[in-house]
Design a protein around this ligand. Sequence first.
Ligand code: ACO
Length: 336
Amino acid sequence: MAVRSRITGVGGFVPSRVVTNHDLAAMMDTSDEWIVERTGIQQRHWAGPDDSPSGFALEAANAALTAANVAKEDIDLLLVATLSPDHFFPGTACFLQAKMGISEIPALDIRQQCTGFIYGTSIADQFIRTGMYEKVLVIGSEIHSKGLDKTDAGRDVTVLFGDGAGAIVMEATDVESTDDSQVFSTHLHADGSGADALWLSSPGMAHPDGLVTHAHLDRGDQYPKMNGRAVYVNAVKRMSEGIHDALAANEVTIDDVDLFFFHQANLRINEAVAQRLQIPAGKVYNTIQKFGNTTAATIPLGMKEAVEDGTLQPGMLVACAAFGSGFTWGSMLIRW
Ligand code: ACO
């Protein structure tokens, strides 16, 4: 017998406002045809003015707690992955903790963008394996829509992103065999030499002229900037490597895996990864068509969808991989 972590509940949340590609075409010089052909995205959800990432996190966390049948008072650690925090400081996990009405447990933000959920799951897994904590909430929550450039200048980035949150409850479990529900392994990487290929420059303390200035705003430094080609090429390479890492570490093959959750940046990226690894299309669970890229929320939101529609069943062997700004990437293999 060994102590491992397992996912005991999953929840998700998206705001009610649906923004179609046609809606975007009314705001900027783009088209449904261009967006669908290049990315696979058909629509995304956008937050309302009073919404916050911690508010979305609360919705997803409550749903995951209910699914796991765990009381919020029993959670030992709160992890929130987000690239769109409520405020510059303190962390969004602290705002969430106050909203949940629980106090004194540690609350930690993870700033690994699209890979944030995998980093969070890995951190939770380490704490549970060592016996330090028994129940951990891992949440990815994002509001992109308030921070995107909705003019022609921002069209390459703005059409890609959507708002939402996803959460899991992870609990300690005694496992006897690989058939038992558990997290087998997690694999984390980063290459900071790609940091400015997808980034948001201001506000930032590295600026000689201050955190955020009129000059920054005039240049549009408050909007995300992306080298789309560099992101595309690295995402295909690194997510493929990530799946190899997870399979090799556990001596299993593509055929042994029942379902793959890839980060949803672009349907073409995921199709290229599946082709490279010779994964049948039916084993890759894609949600980008209706949610766009929800960065750290993507994988738990996808898991929640897959549970609800019956695709994700107990006992399945599940591989996940993500790639994002940083560059960061990671993967994991779990028995659901
Ligand atoms: N609508 C219409 N035209 C557009 C748009 C748009 N939204 N955005 C760019 N264009 C134009 C460009 O201006 C360019 O025009 P030009 O030929 O007259 O100069 C043309 O379309 C082609 O632009 P490219 O950037 O070369 O298009 P590409 O085929 O590379 O596709 C894309 C762009 C979809 C962003 C691609 O590079 C990509 O998928 N990259 C990966 C980036 C990604 O998925 N990021 C998500 C966030 S990162 C993450 O989560 C890992």
